[in-house]
Design a protein around this ligand. Structure first.
Ligand code: ADP
Ligand code: MG
Length: 416
């Protein structure tokens, strides 16, 4: 009975940090670095608790699950968290005295930490299912080293290895449950953020359509009167002025139409769309934004690019990226948009600027909600864009160099 109690206690030590973190920290602490520090501290406490109250059965048979806080802390927290937590385990184990168990601890950690750190990067960019599998495999690997070491010391017999084998089974099972738990909680959070964002977009959409209507009516009236003024016996100069005014009014009307279509909630689903055509539309809309900024947009549609997607969403994601590119060049410059197709069935949109660029760390942060370095930034543009591209089964790649510029490469599955 006491074994079960001890085991449940170990599980509690892991549930508590997860719930504290996702209930109180994720929403309130906006700075990503601070969040990671807090997360590492919580996992550190969890490790100390796990090591202080192990499951004891029989003499010298201690079973504890410190690998799980270490593993989750490293996978979700990054390299520094991993190194700190490993150091913490070694120091705390040292305080129990230097014996064979201590060497065992150090050896297993030294052999497993580099592997965990190696996989951390790809873990961060993987999907839920793969993450769970990766965490389970790493937990299995960690325990396997323990078993091998244990067997080498005491001989590979079933009596000797039964405890480490039980440890392995429990560790892998518990890793599965907790990774799945964290992933599910993260998914719910993400969904909530998306919903908040959609809500905002909806309000903006509704406002735009109201304004657009109000502006369009006087514009129609102006257009009508301008046409009436355009009589055959007018001097050529005046005719030309009227013609220009009419063209400009039409242009304004086209822009309003485009905004209206953005404003509309995208009820319709995916359809066959010509990316080149959409890029021209987007550039038309964003042109007004470049006017006072000394920015030129150069478009090059190399191939006929058809994809299956929702045009409004695609345009929105392109606008967000283009807007950032323009904003990254406070002294003006050129933005290139190139659309081409690749040999492996994708269409490729390159959006390249000559702006302030980003550091590696800033690139990693892109797409996180509320991440913005601008005074009046929302930090939602990239998040929305990334989500849209992902929802089209596409990929986004970002290359950037500080003070040189940034290139976004969007890959979307091509259709014929
Ligand atoms: P916002 O534009 O409201 O700040 P975004 O999600 O659109 O939010 O962008 C997040 C951050 O990413 C920006 O604040 C900026 O620091 C950085 N960023 C995005 N695109 C670029 C770019 N082309 N060049 C330099 N920095 C960029
Ligand atoms: Mg932006």
């Amino acid at each position: 009975m006491s074994i079960i109690k001890d085991f449940l206690l170990q599980l509690t030590f892991m549930v508590i940090p997860i719930f504290i973190y996702y209930t109180f920290i994720t929403e309130r602490v906006k700075n990503d670095k601070n969040r990671k520090v807090i997360m590492t501290m919580l996992w550190g406490l969890s490790i100390l608790a796990c090591m202080s109250f192990p499951v004891v059965f029989g003499e010298n048979a201690r079973l504890e699950l410190r690998i799980i806080p270490l593993l989750l802390g490293t996978l979700y927290g990054g390299v520094f968290s991993g190194i700190l937590l490993t150091g913490l385990i070694i120091l705390y184990r040292l305080s129990f005295g230097i014996d064979i168990g201590f060497y065992n601890t150090v050896l297993v950690l030294v052999l497993s930490l580099p592997v965990i750190l190696y996989f951390q990067k790809s873990f961060a960019s993987s999907k839920k299912g793969l993450r769970v599998k990766m965490a389970m495999s790493l937990s299995f690997y960690y325990c396997l080293i323990g078993i091998t070491w244990f067997g080498t010391l005491r001989g590979f017999s079933i009596e000797n290895l039964i405890v480490p084998i039980i440890h392995l089974i429990f560790a892998v099972a518990v890793t599965f449950c907790f990774t799945l738990l964290i992933e599910t909680i993260r998914e719910i959070h993400q969904l909530r953020l998306e919903m908040q964002n959609t809500e905002k977009l909806k309000v903006i959409g509704e406002l735009t359509s109201v304004f657009a209507h109000e502006i369009r009516n006087p514009m129609q009236a102006t257009r009508g009167f301008l046409q009436l003024l355009n009589e055959p016996d007018l001097p050529d100069k005046k005719k030309e002025y009227i013609q220009i005014s009419l063209e400009e009014l039409d242009r304004a009307n086209a822009i309003i139409n485009d905004f209206l279509s953005f404003g509309k909630p995208s009820i319709q689903d995916n359809e066959r769309i010509d990316v080149g055509f959409q890029i021209h539309r987007v550039v038309n809309i964003i042109q007004s934004y470049t006017l006072n900024r000394n920015v030129e947009i150069k478009t090059e549609i190399r191939d006929n690019c058809w994809i299956y997607a929702n045009p409004q969403k695609l345009n929105q994601s392109l606008i967000n990226i283009l807007k950032n590119a323009i904003e990254s060049m406070p002294h003006g410059g050129i933005v290139w948009i190139i659309c081409s197709s690749t040999d492996d069935g994708y269409i490729k949109i390159n959006i390249k600027d000559q702006g302030i660029g980003m550091t590696k760390k800033q690139i990693d942060m892109l797409g996180s909600p509320y991440y913005s370095l601008k005074e009046s930034g929302t930090g939602l543009g990239m998040m929305v864009s990334f989500q849209i591209i992902r929802s089209f089964k596409g990929k986004i790649q970002v290359n950037s160099e500080k003070d040189i510029g940034t290139e976004f490469i969007i890959l979307l599955p091509q259709i014929t």
